[in-house]
Structures are given as C-alpha cells and as structure tokens.
Design a protein around this ligand. Structure first.
Ligand code: GUN
Length: 291
C-alpha cells in the first residue's frame, strides 16, 4: 500500500488565486491591503519565511511594509515601533516573525500588537476568542491544517485526532479548532511529557505531528490508513544541496508511505497553507472584519 500524497501547494495556490481576486475588488473600493512584517535579526529560517511571506503578499496584490531590525534592538524600541504601526491607518496587519532574540519578552511584544491587526492570531484577545468560540484571528498554521483536511476530503466528524506538540503557534490552537463542532473530532493533545506516545498515535485516524523534531513519528506509530499531517520543518545538513541542508518533517516520510492512507509532504504540504491563511487574515484585517 502506498499513501496518497496531499498536495498542500496546489490547494494553497487555489486559495491564493481567489484572494488575489478579492484584493483587486477591495482596491476598487479604495482599500489597499498592507501587512507590516517585522524581522528582528537574521535567523536563517526566519529570513526565508519572511521572504516567502512577502513574495506571497506581492503576488496577491497586497503591499508589505518591511521592518528589518538588528538582533540587538532593545525591547522598548521594538514596542515603540509596534505602537507606531498600530496607529498607522495605512497598515492593516502586523506580523512579528518569531522567535525573537532571548533578551526580548515575546509575550509582551505579541500583547503590544492591536488585536484587530494581529493577523497571526497570537494576541491574548484572539487566543481567548478562539478558546470561547468567538470571531477573531486564528493562527495561520492550525487554520491552514483545518482547510487542508476539508479540501482533501478527510472526514473529521467523530474522528480520533491526535496532535503531537503543544506550542502556542500550532498544537494548542489546533486542538481547539479540531474540537469545534463544525470539525467535531475527538482530540488528544500529546507532548514531551506523554508516556508511551505510540499508544496514542496508533489510535489516530488523523495524526498531526507538530513536535519540531525529525523522526518523532516512525511508521510503526501510525494506524494503517490514517491521514498524517506533518507540520515539522527541520533543517538537516546535506552536502549534496547548494544550500548545505534539506528540509524534513517530524514524520519518517518514506516509511510512513507504506502505512498511512494520506500524508502531507515536507516541503509543499502544510507550509504553503500557512502562507495562504496569512493572506486570508490580512484580507480580513483590511476589510475591518474583526474591529
Ligand atoms: N514562527 C514560526 N511560525 C510562525 C508564524 O506563523 N508566525 C510568526 N509570526 N512567526 C512564526
């Protein structure tokens, strides 16, 4: 048996084409969607994510206001830049690429962003709204995964969904989304403290690996026929590549192909969906949907 590969790239492209049409309509009403993208320092993965986000914004016809800051900027300066962007009516969304250097309090920075410009959905107001089922910005990666499941026709109603990883960016918000009535999965949230992880993952109709560690999910941990969503983006040294590395997920992909029913690749699986959802959230912000 060989698993069917879910083409996240193609699904994301379809969404991006629709967003581009919506953006041109909005521009006719005199609104030009604009996202401020703040990058602190030169973490190579962050540099690459930010450049992919900016390219996607441009392709959708949206503007970006890039704010590139030295890694040694102090917290107060960063907070003051965010305060200016909060006041700037030409800026609809604000994204601070994470992680931040360790001398800056990430939560303080996130909380400084106006909730109605928080297209990442990380602000406590948006996180709280997700918890209680109220409208607000939903984090891009978890939102993208739910859209991917829907678009790929993976049944979720009553399915056992196992999420591996409890981050604020993916695991926790994803667990809340999957448990929502419209998705209606039975959710188990596993993490580094989980004893006998395989006993949980083997029961998953939908297995989502968001641990940030290669090899977290081996083939014997997958229920035959399960849908496997790999959120991991790990850089592995590889001298045969010009960049000197290759990207792998959290799942042992080659071996998993023999067991899973459906599986997302890395790259071109979840990653493109994250970017598509960022565009979606920026469009909502420009329309003033969450004011
Ligand atoms: N770092 C890793 N994922 C994300 C994300 O979705 N948004 C931001 N701002 N930083 C990240």
């Amino acid at each position: 048996m060989s698993a069917q590969i879910i083409d996240g790239f193609a699904i994301a492209q379809k969404i991006r084409r629709q967003i581009a049409l919506d953006v041109s309509a909005l521009k006719k009403d005199g609104i030009h969607p604009c996202l401020a993208v703040i990058l602190v320092g030169e973490n190579p993965a962050s540099v690459s994510y930010v450049s992919a986000k900016k390219k996607a914004l441009a392709e959708a016809g949206m503007a970006d206001k890039s704010v590139l800051l030295n890694a040694d900027i102090n917290e107060a300066e960063l907070l003051s830049i965010i305060a200016d962007l909060n006041r700037d009516t030409s800026v609809h969304g604000i994204l601070v690429q994470l992680p931040l250097p360790s001398h800056i309090d990430e939560q303080k920075v996130i909380a400084a962003i106006a909730p109605e410009k928080d297209v990442d959905g990380f602000h406590p107001v948006n996180a709280g709204n997700l918890l209680i089922g109220q409208a607000g910005f939903v984090p891009c990666t978890p939102c993208g995964i739910t859209v991917l499941l829907k678009e790929a026709g993976i049944p979720t109603d009553g399915a056992n969904a196992v999420v591996v990883g409890r981050s604020n960016i993916v695991g926790k918000p994803l667990a809340l989304l999957l448990a929502r009535k419209d998705i209606n999965a039975t959710v188990t949230l596993c993490h580094t403290g989980t004893k006998d992880l395989a006993s949980f993952t083997r029961n998953a109709d939908i297995l989502i690996a968001a641990a940030g560690r290669p090899g977290t999910i081996s083939a014997d941990m997958i229920k035959p026929g399960a849908a496997v969503i790999d959120v991991g983006v790990n850089r592995i040294p590889d001298n045969t590549k010009k960049s000197g590395f290759r990207l792998v997920g959290d799942v042992d992909f080659q071996a998993a192909l023999d067991v899973a029913g459906r599986i997302t690749p890395v790259p071109k699986g979840v990653g493109p969906m994250t970017i598509a959802m960022l565009l979606c959230n920026t469009l909502y912000a420009a329309r003033g949907s969450f004011k």
